[in-house]
Ligand binder design. Structure first.
Ligand code: GDP
Ligand code: IMO
Ligand code: MG
Length: 429
């Protein structure tokens, strides 16, 4: 069986969680391959809302097995809280269902303290990180001084490494950032507890997936973040510290490219972004309020992880084409079409104006991107509520035309459109 992928095609929060949940019904294994608890994935099942940060969204279907892959940075405290939340809600998160790759890197309180100190030091140039310690944990990984989950199986080594890790970070925190030092003994004791609780979940992730694939089982890779938060291909430096793109799946799970089947991009029918950085099709004023919502509906545009209001704008097809190319998307799922209902007209960015020239690709450097002006095409809107629609033919003609336009100009087939957060609120094309 192949490895299929769910990839964010914008700046995150495209609705990857709900699409993962939808496909998990026919999937044996769902695996997270990058990011950490900076992610916030929302799944709505008959009005029940699950917000997941680390555990793959496949966990809600009783017959899937979930893996936290080696490309993830794992905060064990957050994982245990999430496991407790799911257990309370009757979902089994035992070691038969939830696996952790042994070479997944761990986030510690020192990484979180450093994330906060670094963001504070950046002042007006802050990235607007989620302050979950993501950047510092990946920095340790690439510096080859990170702590890996396999230490849970070796308590003495874990204690030694935590002591050395906190001692080193305390120097940086106190001498460079003038911040409070951490208590190494307390952190070591806390991590010894985590080790006891999580040890039995450890697996050799790549070996586990290889055996499953050879055995004819299906694997779905659940992306976190999105293409434009990718360390290489996003709006650097206003990005996260990992590779949410399809290349990151192979590295982050230890699976080769020949196993890959569908590469499913997820994009909202408009665009949103949390955190700083350029956003050529950004809106403000009345229209932005209209797309964002006021926060009274669970799907309004406020961060799942941080609660921050998201910046919003029109759909950007220049970005979408970049995502199709970088990820090799085989198809696209368009989410939140219902939010566009009631607008008189809908605009779509299909090119940029840069220093007097029209360009149709995404420049990689921030100075150029910041000077890009969106060039729009205007489409008629529709007034009907589409949340109850399940067939393409029952969508208003203007909505059908919008979907076909996105597919044609994006250069990727649209295979499904969601019209509400619920499991059933999907139109398959
Ligand atoms: P993810 O990070 O990509 O999984 O996306 P989030 O869960 O952070 O954000 C997507 C938000 O939109 C969540 O609140 C979802 O419940 C909601 N959502 C997803 N699809 C739809 C849709 O088609 N319509 C509406 N109204 N809400 C949706
Ligand atoms: P999901 O999986 C939206 C953004 C942060 C910030 C930048 C760097 O829910 O789509 P970090 O804490 O990763 O160092 O922050 O990345 N960011 C996200 N934005 N959705 C996410 O995840 C995000 N994860 C990180 O807001 O701009
Ligand atoms: Mg999210």
């Amino acid at each position: 069986m192949p490895l299929d992928m769910i990839i964010g095609a914008q700046w995150g929060d495209e609705g990857k969680g709900r699409v993962t949940d939808m496909l998990a019904a026919q999937t044996d294994i769902v695996a997270r391959y990058s990011g950490g608890d900076n992610a916030g994935h929302t799944v709505t099942v008959q009005g029940d809302i699950f917000k997941l940060h680390l555990i793959p969204s496949g966990i809600i279907h009783p017959n899937t097995t979930c893996l936290i892959g080696n490309g993830v940075v794992l905060n064990p405290a957050v994982l245990l809280r999430e496991m407790a939340m799911l257990t309370d809600r009757g979902i089994d998160v035992g070691s038969a269902r939830l696996k952790i790759s042994r070479n997944t890197h761990l986030i510690t309180p020192a990484h979180i303290a450093l994330d906060k100190a670094k963001e504070a030091r950046r002042g007006n140039d802050a990235i607007g990180t989620t302050l979950r310690g993501i950047g510092p944990a990946y920095t340790d990984k690439t510096s080859r001084i990170g702590l890996r989950a396999e230490l849970f199986a070796n308590p003495e080594e874990l204690a030694d490494q935590i002591q050395a890790h906190i001692a080193e970070k305390n120097e940086v925190l106190t001498k460079i950032y003038d911040a409070e030092p951490l208590d190494a003994d307390a952190v070591a004791a806390e991590y010894a507890q985590f080790a006891q609780q999580l040890r039995e979940h450890l697996v050799y992730g790549s070996v586990f997936l290889d055996a499953a694939l050879k055995d004819g089982r299906s694997v779905l890779a659940e992306g976190a973040q999105g293409t434009f938060l990718d360390l290489d291909h996003g709006t650097y430096p206003f990005v996260t510290s990992s590779a949410p793109t399809s290349g990151g799946v192979l590295v982050g799970l230890g699976v080769g490219p020949r196993m890959v089947g569908r590469v499913i991009g997820i994009a909202k029918a408009f665009t949103s972004r949390v955190g700083s950085g350029p956003f050529p099709s950004e809106l403000d004023g009345e229209l932005a309020h209209r797309l964002r919502g006021t926060g009274d509906k669970p799907w309004d545009e406020y961060g799942t992880t941080t609660g921050r209001p998201r910046r919003v704008g029109w759909l950007d097809l220049v970005m979408l084409r970049h995502a199709v190319r970088i990820n090799g998307l085989t198809e696209l799922v368009l989410t939140k079409l219902d939010i566009l209902s009631g607008l008189d007209e809908i605009r779509v960015c299909n090119a940029y104006q840069l220093d007097g020239e029209t360009i149709d690709f995404y420049p990689s450097d921030i100075p150029s991107l910041s000077r890009c002006q969106a060039v729009y095409e205007t489409h008629p809107g529709w007034q009907e509520d589409v949340m109850g629609v399940r067939e393409l033919a029952n969508l208003p003609q203007a909505a059908q035309d919008y979907i076909h336009f996105v597919a044609k100009e994006g250069g990727v087939p649209v295979t499904a459109v969601s019209v509400g957060p619920g499991r059933a609120q999907v139109v398959h094309l």
